[in-house]
Design a protein around this ligand. Structure first.
Ligand code: BTN
Length: 261
């Protein structure tokens, strides 16, 4: 029987921090990202630092219109609101920032190395363990909702994703305390965001690169109806993926879906 006993809201609220945060825990919601988006439409809108944590989601959203499987008592489903001072072309860097924070937090709980797959996936032993969905809210004061889903104590997944998804429990054999993982995640997210506010984009890109095995591999990138095959060689300073084709031409992509081979 799933339960949310391993989520200790007061321990999270009392975490030492330089950042002002407002924590909200919901046993169930449609989507923690949608929950923040609804609150943004109200007056007064919430301030930077709002965190919505749910034990389950009935309509968890993934990237590219996909669904994020969000069963109760097992995963981390969390969204936070930030109001960054970035230009629209710099915004995609936030997905990388959140992915980096997540991979560092997740790796505290496994001896295997979780890998980042551009732009928003985390893979452990080749299967998806976590994902990031950043949504931009341009009205009034610009806001960004950073949504993070981590598969933690799931022991099974629905048939359509069971070959491609995994959880920390399935990989390590151990039950993970979600409060401990969320603490690591928020600590990392605060740190990476404070570094970004100090304009340390180069360091962010370097650290992101040290957590991926993508570079040097032949990939196919799908972007709407376009499909480009080439070698992934690096990220540029906007976090765009640079691919080189057979003629040696380099192109930088700001979005798309990467497949190996
Ligand atoms: C992806 O890999 O496609 C992104 C998955 C993001 C899932 C998280 S769970 C918390 C937040 N709320 C949502 O509805 N989605 C994100």
């Amino acid at each position: 029987m799933p339960n949310s006993r391993d989520i200790d809201l007061s321990a999270l609220q009392n975490m030492p921090s330089k950042t002002k945060r407002q924590w909200r825990f919901l046993a169930e919601t449609d989507s923690t990202n949608a929950e923040i988006s609804r609150r943004l439409a109200k007056h007064p809108p919430p301030e930077e630092g709002l965190i919505i944590l749910a034990d389950s989601q009935t309509d968890g959203k993934g990237r590219l219109g996909r669904t994020w499987h969000s069963a109760p008592g097992t995963g981390v489903y969390i969204s936070t609101l930030i109001r960054p001072n970035l230009t629209p072309e710099q915004l995609p860097i936030l997905t990388l920032m959140a992915g980096l924070a997540t991979v560092i937090a997740v790796n505290e709980f496994t001896t295997n190395h979780t890998q980042l797959k551009w732009p928003n996936d985390l893979l452990l032993n080749g299967k998806k363990i976590a994902g990031v969905l950043c949504e931009y809210y341009p009205k009034n004061i610009p806001a960004v909702i950073i949504g993070i889903g981590i598969n933690v104590n799931q022991t099974q997944f629905p048939a359509d994703i069971k070959e491609i998804a995994t959880s920390l429990k399935l990989e390590t054999g151990e039950e993970i305390n979600r409060t401990a993982l969320i603490k690591q995640l928020i600590t990392q997210l605060d740190f990476q965001y404070s570094e970004l506010k100090k304009h340390k984009v180069g360091t962010l890109i370097k650290n992101w690169t040290s957590h991926t095995d993508l570079f040097g591999k032949t990939i196919t990138l799908k972007k709407s109806i376009q499909s480009i095959t080439g070698k992934a060689i690096r990220l540029d300073n906007l976090g765009r993926l640079v691919i080189v084709n057979e003629s040696g031409e380099e192109t930088a992509f700001d979005s798309g879906e990467v497949r190996l081979g």
